[in-house]
Write a protein that binds this ligand. Structure first.
Ligand code: NAP
Length: 280
């Protein structure tokens, strides 16, 4: 009798095993698409990461998400695509035959969320990115992919914005934090990639009255769901995209790579994750 083949499974590898919404998202898609598969959280300390990755197939995993503190290590242990290389970190691993490949799905999560929430946003000539950390690299790479002419990057530590401009080229213009009020009226897209506005962090002090009509405002922070920045933009009647949308959209590609079907970000899934966020 043939041995029954194991259902495909993926996992999230982190240390410590922080609470994550990824299992909720992938289990929802497995259930609603009728796919028998699994998604678990694996707590793997840094010194065991390389060994764990080498044994993914033996452990029954067709791929994985990777989170803090393993994202850079994952990049070096795999064959990254252009997005992962540009961001300098991998968050999704999968196999092409025997080759372990990696990507960074924050880029497509960012773009797909804006496409869904504010179609036509990419007609912007000037975009303003607040922050110059890891998330900003994914955002800037996405904006460059879409051909945005000028990407102003304002950061508290200007040296990090300058480093980003050196990496991504002349369309990226570094700016002092003090320059933000002057840049707001000319930016058709404003993206907050700092942690300002997150629960437990200082607020993002930004005068929404300076935004031009038609500006699209995107906040990557999703706790709280409606940040003061998004609330102020909505009060002005501006189109907005929130951080939860990006979180959901960035999960799509991993699922498709592991389980072979491209899932949808539905209102039902969003409500499920919103309810989970409200509890924690
Ligand atoms: P990171 O690499 O640590 O960068 C943090 C950024 O915030 C830096 O630019 C930092 O400026 C700035 N910042 C922190 N405190 C500040 C303060 N008091 N005043 C001014 N600037 C301050 O973090 P990250 O990985 O880029 O993540 C940033 C945010 O994006 C987090 O809230 C994260 O949850 C969110 N995020 C969301 C998604 C999603 O799917 N929605 C995905 C990725 C990230 P300095 O350089 O001056 O320190």
């Amino acid at each position: 009798m043939p041995t029954p083949s194991r259902a495909p499974a993926a996992c999230l590898i982190g240390w410590p095993a922080a609470h994550s919404r990824s299992p909720l998202i992938h289990h929802y898609w497995l259930r609603t698409l009728g796919i028998s598969g699994g998604y678990s959280i694996e707590a793997v300390p840094p010194e065991e990461f390389a060994g764990f990755i080498a044994e993914l197939p033996r452990r029954g995993f067709v791929g994985a998400n990777v989170t803090i503190p393993h994202k850079e290590h994952a990049l070096s242990l795999s064959e990254p695509d252009e997005r992962a290389r540009a961001v300098g970190a991998a968050n999704t691993l999968w196999f092409e035959g025997d080759r372990l490949r990696s990507t960074n799905t924050d880029v497509e999560g960012f773009l797909a969320n804006l496409d869904a929430a504010a179609p036509g946003w990419d007609r912007a000539e000037d975009a303003l990115v607040l922050g110059a950390g890891g998330a900003a690299r994914a955002v800037v790479f996405g904006l460059k992919e879409r051909g945005i002419a000028r990407i102003h990057v304002a950061n508290r530590t200007i040296a990090r914005a300058e480093a980003l401009a050196r990496q991504f080229g002349a369309t990226v213009v570094p700016a002092d934090w003090d320059a933000v009020p002057g840049l707001l009226p000319r930016s058709a897209l404003v993206v907050n990639t700092t942690s300002l506005g997150m629960h437990g962090q200082p607020p993002l002090a930004l005068d929404a009255a300076l935004l031009a009509p038609g500006t699209v405002v995107n906040d990557l922070v999703y706790v709280p769901l409606e940040t003061p920045l998004l609330a102020a933009a909505r009060a002005r009647g501006l189109r907005t995209a929130d951080g939860l949308g990006m979180l959901l959209h960035q999960a799509v590609r991993g699922f498709e790579l592991w389980f072979g079907r491209r899932p949808q970000v539905t209102a039902e899934l969003r409500a499920l994750v919103e309810a989970d966020l409200a509890q924690n």
